[in-house]
Design a protein around this ligand. Structure first.
Ligand code: ADP
Length: 475
């Protein structure tokens, strides 16, 4: 990568922009602080000059009152010579503005008498200060007009040389400090921006590694509960979900390959036998009927698998509506009453008249049917099945299906909700191993869950909990 390209890349980084902002704000604050400091120094210095001039005026005023105008003139000469004739000057004026005496004015000849100031002085009797800027002169001059006695005005001027010198020093200090501060602001800003963005870079690096194929990688969380940790946590949660989905898809495709093989083989077998041995129309008809039956089973299995996967992935939008769950369970028991009786089982349904919940009618109907179907399938003759609905006043309802059938072994309990899992003794029974995983997917899609308690040879209790108004579905 060329140097130019590298510089362009850096210019586009967030760290670079943050550094610029930081340095900019830092410099602006420093400028504002310097500006106020400058105003303060300038005002203090002017006050000092004005105080010095005012004190001179008081001295002259007392000399005039005690020793007369001649003494004032002498004092003015002495004062000007002592301070330096280029630093200070005096003019004594009548109230008409006419000069009757002055110190050596050869250096100050450009400074005249400000008539307006004299008039203002005579109007208000308070000393008037004036700042004069003479072109080509480096330093400004502060001039004071004051009445020092009856009919006598003093014009007193002082070069603001010290003032200018201090301001110059101040300017140099300002420029040097600003250069140092700018360099410091850039270094500190860059360091801080890099530190702040290091977490983002970690997330980016992880994302890059994941895009190269390592889905199991996670962004380290520092437990500082800052924004970067929140980002890392959210990112990791997203990865967990993606990983689950990918694993689910992988499992499903493995299962499809494995579990759909047998029905397809059966269908092929029926067709082959009919082709090789079949001779009558009746035989062909029964082959067609067998094929349709197997195909229906196959389609049902594929559909169930699709519903489970979509419901688990949250892709299936639930068709939620207000439904009476007590009534739904009663209806299901009515439908399963006759298969239960056929097998010599007692099916009892208990529960209140009605309990309303918000849910997907078709999915919940099918979930309840799966549980009843299992209870009938895995309970031997003369057994009893109790179905109940409870929780009329609670935020959730519970549907309990209890049987005194053959129960489930401890080692199987943790697997029965997995897709295609069938306990060994059940393999002789018809079934796909999808009924309970369907039930769990539906319960969880409604923000509920399903639990089982079972003892081999004593029976099983399946409990489905469904919130009446699932938070994520409310509204
Ligand atoms: P299927 O019933 O089609 O085999 P399910 O997913 O509904 O699939 O059930 C998984 C397994 O859990 C069943 O194969 C069975 O071994 C066990 N099982 C489910 N319900 C019961 C029950 N009420 N009593 C005993 N075993 C059960």
């Amino acid at each position: 990568m060329s140097l130019r390209q590298k510089i362009t890349d850096i210019r586009h980084t967030l760290a670079f922009r943050l550094t610029l902002w930081y340095a900019g704000i830092f410099m602006l604050s420093a400028c504002v602080a310097f500006f106020f400091f400058y105003l303060l120094i300038a005002s203090v210095m002017r006050q000092q000059t004005d105080q010095a001039l005012s004190s001179e005026v008081r001295t002259f005023s007392s000399i005039l009152s005690t020793q007369g105008p001649e003494a004032v003139r002498r004092q003015a000469f002495i004062q000007a010579q002592a301070a330096g004739e280029k630093k200070i000057f005096f003019r004594l004026l009548y109230i008409t503005g006419q000069v009757f005496s002055s110190s050596n004015m050869s250096y100050w000849r450009d400074i005249g008498i400000n008539r307006a100031a004299v008039n203002r002085l005579l109007d208000g009797r308070v000393p008037i200060f004036d700042t004069i800027n003479i072109p080509d002169r480096k330093h400004k001059i502060r001039v004071l007009y004051a009445v020092i006695g009856p009919g006598m005005i003093l014009q007193l001027g002082q070069s603001m040389e010290n003032h200018t010198r201090i301001i110059e020093v101040f300017r140099k200090v300002f420029i040097t400090t600003m250069v140092i501060l700018f360099a410091l602001a850039v270094v500190v800003g860059w360091f801080m921006a890099r530190r702040a963005l290091v977490g983002v870079e970690t997330v980016t690096r992880t994302a890059r590694r994941i895009s190269e194929g390592s889905l199991e990688k996670r962004v380290p969380v520092k437990n500082r509960a800052d924004e970067i940790d929140q980002l890392a946590l959210t990112f990791n949660q997203m990865l967990d979900r993606i990983e689950n989905l990918v694993t689910g898809i992988k499992e499903m495709s493995d299962n499809i390959a494995h579990d759909l093989k047998s029905p397809i083989t059966r269908i092929r077998g029926i067709a082959e036998v009919s082709l090789t041995t079949g001779s009558s129309l009746q035989e062909y008809k029964s082959m067609a009927a067998g094929t349709i039956e197997e195909c229906d089973r196959l389609l049902d299995m594929i559909n169930t698998m699709l519903i489970i996967s979509r419901t688990e992935a949250g892709v299936n939008q639930l068709d939620c509506q207000k439904l009476d769950i007590a009534n739904l369970v009663r209806d299901a028991c009515d439908i399963f009453q006759s298969p239960a009786e056929d097998k010599g089982l007692t099916l009892v349904c208990n529960g209140p008249e009605n309990i309303s919940i918000n849910g997907d009618l078709r999915l919940i109907q099918r979930m309840v049917a799966n549980l009843l179907d299992n209870a009938i399938k895995y309970t031997p003759a003369n057994g009893k099945i109790d179905v109940s609905v409870a929780g009329g006043t609670d935020p959730s309802v519970r549907i309990v299906v209890q049987d005194n059938g053959r129960g489930i072994a401890g080692k199987d309990l943790e697997h029965i909700f997995e897709r295609f899992y069938r306990c060994d003794p059940s393999r002789s029974q018809a079934g796909t191993g999808l009924g309970l995983s369907f039930a769990r997917a539906v319960a969880r899609a409604h923000n509920g869950d399903i639990a089982v308690i079972s003892t081999p040879d004593e029976g099983s209790i399946f409990t489905v909990t469904l919130p009446k108004n699932p938070p994520s579905l409310a509204g």
